[in-house]
Write a protein that binds this ligand. Structure first.
Ligand code: 13P
Length: 211
């Protein structure tokens, strides 16, 4: 896609996520990677529901601001994900309610904080590791993201929210929505006994639908 089409995609999906209540206030940021390696990212303090194509920031692969409004303070973790995941062309980071609630719980095993509940969770998200808390925009957050991004399409930042990457913005949005819905299921189910997908079922899904 050309740059003006990608800018239009960011505006469209920002409005869609805002309209669905997955983004609120000025929380969250979206980005796409262009073929020349530059990144289009939502501006800092912007509302995803009210973006315009021209204001979207463009940064170099090294994070230098090229054009548009000042970029998201989280542009550095977006860059870290792109550097570690050559297949990724888009990233969605939001503060949606159920995913953030999950990020505020104490988890014994931080290597995967979602129980394997449904096929689409396995197909779209895979394992969901929890990273420690860092202040938004802290470069140490980008360093922590870099360390595990290579092996995970999605990560959860403690007391903050998820980072989800995809082959396209639509792919990343679909995966993000699946994550939010799965987190919602976790709270709906609560303490009731759960029928988890078996290791065999998960292996079968991973073989049939490789990420
Ligand atoms: P920006 O407004 O800088 O994108 O930050 C919003 C956010 O979601 C912080 O995590």
């Amino acid at each position: 896609m050309k740059e003006d089409e990608l800018r239009a995609e960011i505006v469209k999906f920002g409005a869609l996520l805002y309209g669905r209540g997955l983004a609120h206030g000025s929380a969250g940021n979206l980005s796409v990677r262009q073929e020349d390696g530059t990144i289009l990212v939502t501006p800092t303090n912007s509302s995803l529901g009210f973006l315009s194509p021209g204001q979207i920031s463009k940064v170099s692969a090294e994070g230098i601001h090229l054009v548009g409004d000042p970029p998201s303070k989280e542009a550095f973790f977006h860059l870290a994900v792109y550097q570690e995941r050559p297949e990724a062309s888009a990233i969605v980071h939001l503060h949606s309610t159920h995913a953030v609630a999950l990020s505020c719980l104490c988890h014994e095993d931080t290597s995967d904080v979602l129980p394997p509940l449904t096929a689409y969770q396995i197909m779209r998200i895979g394992r969901l590791p929890l990273l420690p808390y860092f202040r938004p925009g802290d470069r140490k957050l980008a360093d922590a993201v870099r360390q595990i991004a290579g092996g995970h399409k999605a990560m959860l930042l403690a007391n903050h929210g998820p980072i989800v990457s995809g082959k396209s913005l639509q792919d990343a949005v679909h995966a993000y929505e699946e994550l939010e819905e799965t987190a919602k299921l976790v709270f709906l189910i609560g303490d009731r006994p759960v029928s988890r997908l078996t290791c065999e079922a998960i292996a079968d899904l991973n073989e049939a639908f490789p990420n």
